[in-house]
Write a protein that binds this ligand. Structure first.
Ligand code: ATP
Ligand code: MN
Length: 231
């Protein structure tokens, strides 16, 4: 569908500014004229535009109160307007910066291209079809142990090289494509020196142990922390 059609379809959640942003991104060749829906979530809808994925945050009909505490937990963010639109734009900027920081640290993430207001453009992972989320295909993976340790390697890079804690590192936020794992949905990640980092890390470790469980890999918390260089 052409982006104007898309915008009309979602005019209950996208404002006129969103349409203008898409227009500008098309002018600047970050996206093409055509978009198709990959996934519709509570806060954002992810589209495909050629070899790009376009994550557009809804600006209407959604509450971003929950995001406030995540923004406040991030010492890099000094002040931001505590309005609906202020929170959303700050959120997208945070997501882009996290993605760029991970990409530069050679974490397997979609390449970040640009962000503008409530729209983030990154590399599309997949071919004709978008790559599946790990959660949906985990049982079908043959070399589970190898993939599990690949996942650990990615977290190691996030923590030790990018200096971040992901905060939502579950099998729903990992894509699996051509035997390779991709980390997505990095908006809530915060620097590992943040006061709240420990809580984030705890959650991520718990999620990684759940993945290990599903992949029938034997590992305990202490061993995991040692491999991740946390201990
Ligand atoms: P949800 O509430 O649905 O989880 P979200 O806000 O968590 O949405 P993401 O996890 O970033 O958003 O993306 C939602 C879905 O869009 C992913 O599960 C994945 O299927 C798809 N997706 C996101 N980014 C890409 C990408 N770069 N390439 C291919 N598919 C992607
Ligand atoms: Mn997600």
């Amino acid at each position: 569908m052409r982006y104007r059609e898309i915008w009309k379809t979602y005019s209950k959640v996208f404002d006129i500014t969103t349409l203008n942003v898409l227009e500008e991104l098309k002018e600047d060749r970050f996206i093409s004229e055509d978009l198709s829906v990959i996934s519709e979530g509570k806060e954002a809808i992810v589209f495909r535009s050629g070899n790009r994925a376009v994550k557009i945050y809804k600006v209407m009909g959604v509450s971003y109160k929950g995001q406030l505490k995540y923004l406040e937990a991030d010492p890099r963010i000094r002040s931001f307007p505590r309005t609906q639109i202020g929170i959303i734009y700050t959120w997208v900027k945070k997501e882009f910066k996290n993605l760029r920081r991970m990409f530069k640290s050679l974490v397997s993430v979609p390449a970040p291209y640009v962000y503008k207001k409530n729209v983030l453009v990154m590399e599309f992972i997949g071919d004709e079809e978008p790559a599946p989320v790990l959660h949906d295909i985990i049982d079908k993976i043959e070399d589970k142990e190898r993939v599990f340790y690949d996942i650990i390697e990615e977290y190691k890079k996030i923590y030790n090289k990018a200096g971040l804690v992901h905060g939502d590192f579950s099998d729903y936020n990992l894509l699996y494509y051509r035997n390779k794992v991709y980390v997505i949905d990095v908006s809530q990640a915060i620097p590992s020196y943040s006061p709240a980092a420990f809580t984030y890390l705890e959650k991520d470790l718990e999620n990684i142990l759940n993945i290990a469980n599903r992949m029938k890999v034997k590992i305990d918390r202490l061993e995991l922390m040692r491999i991740l260089n946390i201990l």
